[in-house]
Ligand binder design. Sequence first.
Ligand code: ADP
Ligand code: MG
Length: 152
Amino acid sequence: MTTYSFVTSADLEQFGETLARALPIGAVLVLIGAMGAGKTTLTKGLARGLDFTGEVTSPTYTYIHQYPTPHGELVHIDAYRLEDARALWRMGLSELIDTARLTVIEWGEALIPDLEAVTVLRFTILENSREISLEPHRTESISGLLRASTLE
Ligand SMILES: Nc1ncnc2c1ncn2[C@@H]1O[C@H](COP(=O)(O)OP(=O)(O)O)[C@@H](O)[C@H]1O
Ligand SMILES: [Mg+2]
């Protein structure tokens, strides 16, 4: 696990730009962290990294935004208002992931066990900064982690 620290939202956006370019085609990111932790800010950076120049806004009420970047589609999902994020499967999540350059899911923790390959980013709000821990996961290891945390 690797942890990164950001004092300003510009720093965090810059990290998103670099990360987007480094991620393989079809990557899925699940962003975990409190309201205001910087999940949407990171996504704005991811969009810039994929050379998308338009506005990127939080899909809080519409659940899914799709941005046509020059490198392929960026899918940005916010499951905050869904009672169960797994409802996204019925909303066509598999097809979206299959055709996207990059899929980013805020509040998508419940989807992790069913995602084939996913990178989990945990956001922490500190007094004067934000921290992001990056955990590349395969299905089995994440299920194990979830089981372990349930037992705590
Ligand atoms: N280092 C930082 N990184 C990201 N956002 C920051 C930082 N410091 C302060 N902020 C502020 O915190 C808020 C983060 O909002 P947002 O990215 O929408 O969070 P989330 O999507 O996780 O709810 C913004 O208002 C931003 O200006
Ligand atoms: Mg958000």
